[in-house]
Every structure is written in C-alpha cells, then in structure tokens.
Design a binder for this molecule. Structure first.
Ligand code: RAM
Length: 335
C-alpha cells in the first residue's frame, strides 16, 4: 500500500467511526415529559396530539404524556419527583398552582432538566419560560364581550371556573373583573364565581347550583373547556335554554351539540394542538441550549414560526378564535 492509499484508508475508517458514533447518539431519544393538569381532559389530549406531531418532526424526541387523575398540585409534584428520577430532558407543565410546584420544579432544574410551563403557568422562579396560548387581556375581554352580546348587554352573570388555584383561569377572571368595573359593562352584574375543578360531574353540580340559587341569572361564563360543556348540559337539563346563555372557552368537538340546542350562542378557544406543538418545540430549543432560549430571545417553533419571549420569560401564540353555528361543525372535526 502506498502512502496515499494508507492516508485515504485512515480517513475513510475515521469517517466511518465518526458516522457510526453520530448514529448511536441519534438513536438516543430526548425525553420531553408533558405534565398536564389532569388526564381525561380533551383539551390536553389535543395538546398531546400537537406534542407528538412536533416530536415526529424533530425526529429524536420521545414524549412522555402524564398528569394526575384529578387536577391537583400534589399530584403534579409526585409526578415531577418521578420524572426527576427518570432523568428526563425536559418537563413541559400546565400547572395546577403557580407556587406550590415551584420547589420541585427548582429541584428538577438544578438536576439539569429544562422546565417550561405552558397553558397554566408556574411562577417565574419555577420555570425557564411560560408559553401562553394568547394574550390574557384578549382572552378575558373576549369572554366578557360574548356574555354581554348574548344577553343584550345587561343582567346577572356568573363564572364557573376550573380549580381554585389554576393560574390561567385566575388571571383571566382577574381581567374579567377589571372589565366589569368599567362603565361600558356597568349593567353586567357578577353574582357568583364557583369552581368545578375541571371535573365534569363537579362542574355540572356547580352549574345546577348557580341556576337554582340565582333565578335572575342570564349568563354563565366558563373559562374552562370542561366547565363550559357541563354548564351547557345543566342549562339544557334544567330547561333554561333561551333564558340563560353559556359562553366561555370550549372545544368545538364538545360544544357543537350545545350550539345547536341554543344553550350556547358563541364561545372561543385557541388551537390546543398548536399549543402542545409549540410548547414541545420550545422545550427542545432549551434542551439544545439555543442562545435565544431566554427572556428577550426569539425561538422558531416549527410551523408556528418565530415566537418572542418577553422580559418576564413569557411568550404568547395567536388570539382566541370565535365559534358559532356557522363554523362549529367544521372545526369539531379537528379538536
Ligand atoms: C381546561 C383547562 C385548560 C384551559 C382550558 C381553556 O381544559 O383548564 O387549562 O386552558 O380549559
């Protein structure tokens, strides 16, 4: 073998070793755990679909989809403890409480796990980023407008929320209360705020309670996909269609029948598939150590395009979309 051949063979062998090394690395999948408020909620099932879509595009990502059976901070803390032992690469969480989960989230971050919250946020010290579905002021305003429109601008209204500590619902309720204090909504009177814990049966009981104890009630706003569905069912069962209108945030697939029954004129939501997709991409960028993965940075989140992270470490996707009898059937096939 002449010297040229020896050098060429050495380069070829070196290249093969390097390539096979890369191959091994590639087969080691990054594990991103999506921790939702609770299992069995169609909204999070749709977010899971989006997470799987992102994982398939990214190629080397495995999604661990998990959550407690009922939405509690304790349940999520237990789950995060176990994810720390499993040494996952990232945790993407929709938090049942902004503060109670912070210590365990900090522990995860100390162990090198990237923690981001989506949908329902963690306090800033417990996460590296919070991905909001949309701007909170828009979400609150949309719901007050829909309720006001449904009842001709005046009358008693009530709120049926998710769990009492849920970060996202509490922020939106805060926005709604601020709006109700303004002169343009002075004729809307908030008579009660109750909590169905994102459980269908509890939400239904709370809605029936609202209807029975407030004979002049005209609208129920539920900023929860579980609550709005249960409230609409309660209005139908209590024979209040046309007297009490339900609105808020719902999934077209769950609400189409209620729009047809007349219990709901319109409702809103963002695309939960896109939210889960974008959250997964964001987690991936943090794992990869993208220098833009920080407050003030901009991340390109696959088909969602570039998303800017503000100074508080928060980012937001698109404004909520409104559904009514004209379009609900079309979207009910998607989520
Ligand atoms: C429920 C959950 C979720 C919220 C939606 C609107 O499914 O509480 O966190 O974003 O409603």
């Amino acid at each position: 073998m002449n010297i040229k051949k020896i050098v060429a063979t050495a380069i070829a062998v070196g290249l093969a070793v390097t390539l096979s090394g890369c191959g091994e690395k590639k087969s080691e999948k990054l594990r991103i755990a999506m921790v939702v408020k609770n299992l069995g909620n169609g909204f999070f099932d749709a977010a899971h679909e989006g997470a799987k879509e992102a994982a398939a595009q990214l190629g080397n990502v495995e999604i661990i989809y998990t959550g407690p059976t009922t939405p509690s901070a304790e349940g999520q803390i237990e789950i995060i403890n176990s994810l720390i032992s499993q040494k996952v690469d990232a945790i993407v969480i929709s938090a049942n409480d902004p503060n109670a989960i912070v210590p365990i989230a900090k522990k995860a971050m100390q162990r090198g796990i990237k923690v981001i919250s989506f949908d329902s946020g963690l306090a800033p010290e417990g996460r590296m980023m919070q991905l909001n579905p949309s701007n909170a002021s828009l979400i609150g305003l949309k719901q007050i407008q829909m309720a006001s429109d449904a009842i001709g601008g005046s009358g008693e209204i009530a709120i049926l929320s998710a769990s009492a500590q849920a970060t996202n619902q509490n922020i939106w309720i805060g926005v709604m209360k601020d709006l109700l204090a303004k002169p343009e909504y002075a004729k809307l009177k908030l008579v009660a705020t109750v909590y169905g814990d994102d459980q269908s049966d509890k939400s239904y009981r709370e809605a029936v309670g609202l209807l029975r104890s407030n004979p002049n009630l005209k609208a129920i706003i539920s900023p929860s996909t579980v609550g709005i569905n249960a409230a609409a069912k309660a209005v139908v069962d209590e024979k209040m269609v046309g007297k009490v209108f339900v609105t808020g945030l719902g999934l077209p697939s769950e609400m189409a029948g209620h729009v047809k029954s007349g219990a709901v004129k319109e409702f809103a939501i963002w695309n939960p598939i896109d939210l889960g997709y974008a959250a997964t991409y964001a987690a991936y960028e943090f794992i990869k150590g993208n220098p833009q993965a920080k407050a003030g940075g901009t991340l390109k989140l696959g088909r969602m395009g570039p998303v800017s992270i503000d100074a508080k470490g928060e980012a937001a996707l698109a404004p909520p979309f409104t559904y009514n009898k004209e379009n609900v059937d079309k979207f009910s096939k998607i989520f």
